[in-house]
Design a protein around this ligand. Structure first.
Ligand SMILES: Cc1ncc(COP(=O)(O)O)c(C=O)c1O
Length: 427
């Protein structure tokens, strides 16, 4: 029996049930564009779910998947390793700085968060210390499994249940726009310092290099360097969530490269497999992994999934790294992102737009209200550009393969969309 709220049996995550029936249906995707069931093409201004970093249907990624499908689809990761996962993890060890050499492969960003926190908490047990407090941003998003959701203070992720360990959530001391000033940087670092000094010693500080779902908030330059020093002073592990920022999204291979720091643990997903197949990774330093010999039950990681490090997904991830290098996608992300930001910043003269910010190919247009953001996004879609908006902030994050002509088209269509939304009659 079909439900009364929808003509579909598909229950999509996060979307209000009342809005599911009237929603878009994407039926095809090619290059940097997607087509809906009515035949309308859109420039993909959101890269799928920020994961189609090499565009859609890249032939080298499809070929890598087919070749691996024909050879070995997957095998029990607890019983055997396989070549694609071995290659991928050694390439990650080369790409990541310092002693970040040990990678566990998983399926989703939330699982990577889950694993990172378990590893961090278990690490302290392994070395005989009682530390389980975790410090994060209030406007963080680290995923939607029970544990990952506890690490966010965003209104839409609020949990009805208590966390299994203490969490301190740091609010932003100023508006996202003001976070670019030196005073806000000092105020922000002071909040982390107070949290680290107060209460029992912290096990870990977990942050994103840029607060993605928390409003695309660009953190002040040098913040991660100062946070690294603070963590060192207090002996807390620094976990960087690169699920949103990693693999070139911010114009560097990893977001933390803007500050040149080395975290203790890194989580990766989204762009890692170009959106073709589910894949995620948690990478830790060799000394952290070493302590797991002391783990009381299996002398290893008490965590993993049947399809973690799936052979076909891992083969695709290796091809993603090849494509990113050959097509200079990190450099393209920085160049196209700079063009988008410079031109879209002109929209700050509109009464509807309160801030335009960004880093690499993550641009946020903050508006005066959720209604304005919805009107701009609707006009942009009608003009043929797909965007996403949350709580009054429009996010633009096209594939890293976007061309200069397509970037110019996005700028022109979004600018016209702001004009269309400005001309609408008052509600
Ligand atoms: C920074 C960050 N961490 C974790 C996640 C969760 O990833 P997933 O949706 O694959 O579970 C997301 C998803 O958007 C994210 O942006």
């Amino acid at each position: 029996m079909q439900s009364s709220t929808s003509a579909s049996s598909l229950w999509r995550p996060w979307t209000p049930i009342t809005q599911q029936a009237a929603s878009l249906r994407i039926v095809e995707a090619r290059g940097n564009s997607v087509r809906d069931a009515e035949g309308n093409w859109y420039l993909d201004g959101i890269s799928g779910v920020l994961n189609a970093s090499c565009g859609h249907g890249h032939p080298r990624l499809t070929e890598a998947a087919i070749r691996q499908f024909e050879r070995l689809v997957h095998y029990d990761p607890m019983v055997s390793s396989h070549d694609p996962a071995e290659t991928l993890t050694s390439r990650l060890a080369e790409l990541l700085p310092g002693e970040l050499n040990e990678t566990c492969l998983l399926n989703s960003g939330s699982e990577a968060t889950e694993a990172a926190i378990r590893i961090a908490l278990q690490y302290w047990r392994n070395i005989g210390a009682e530390r389980d407090r975790v410090i994060t941003f209030e406007a963080a998003y680290h995923g939607s499994t029970f544990l990952a959701q506890q690490l966010s203070g965003l209104p839409f992720t609020v949990s009805e249940w208590v966390s299994p360990f203490p969490i301190d959530r740091i609010p932003l001391p100023a508006s996202p726009r003001e976070m670019r000033t030196g005073e806000s940087a000092d105020a922000l670092i002071a909040l982390f310092a107070t949290a680290l000094e107060a209460g029992p010693p912290a096990a870990a500080v977990m942050v994103e290099p840029l607060l993605g779902l928390g409003g695309c908030v660009v953190l002040p330059a040098g913040f991660l360097t100062r946070l690294r020093h603070l963590c060192d002073r207090h002996g807390a592990l620094l976990i960087l969530d690169e699920v949103f920022c990693g693999f070139g999204r911010t114009g560097r291979m990893f977001g933390f490269e803007h500050d040149g720091i080395t975290p203790d643990i890194v989580t990766l997903s989204k762009g890692i497999s170009g959106g073709l197949l589910p894949l995620a990774a948690v990478t830790v330093t060799s000394p952290i992994k070493e302590t797991f010999i002391q783990e009381p039950v299996i002398q290893g990681l008490r965590y993993g999934h049947t399809t973690g490090g799936h052979a076909v997904a891992s083969a695709v991830a290796n091809a993603v790294l090849d494509v990113m290098a050959d097509e200079k996608l990190v450099e393209n992300s920085a160049a196209q992102g700079a063009m988008l930001l410079a031109d879209l910043r002109k929209l700050e003269s509109s009464p509807l737009v309160t801030d335009v910010r960004g880093l690499g190919l993550v641009i946020a247009i903050e508006t005066d209200s959720p209604e304005s953001a919805a009107a701009i996004a609707e006009a942009a879609a009608a003009a043929g550009v797909m965007t996403r908006h949350e709580r009054g902030v429009i996010r633009i994050a096209p594939p890293l393969t976007i061309t200069t002509d397509e970037t110019a088209e996005i700028i022109q269509k979004i600018s016209s969309a702001v004009d269309v939304a400005s001309a609408r009659p008052p509600a």
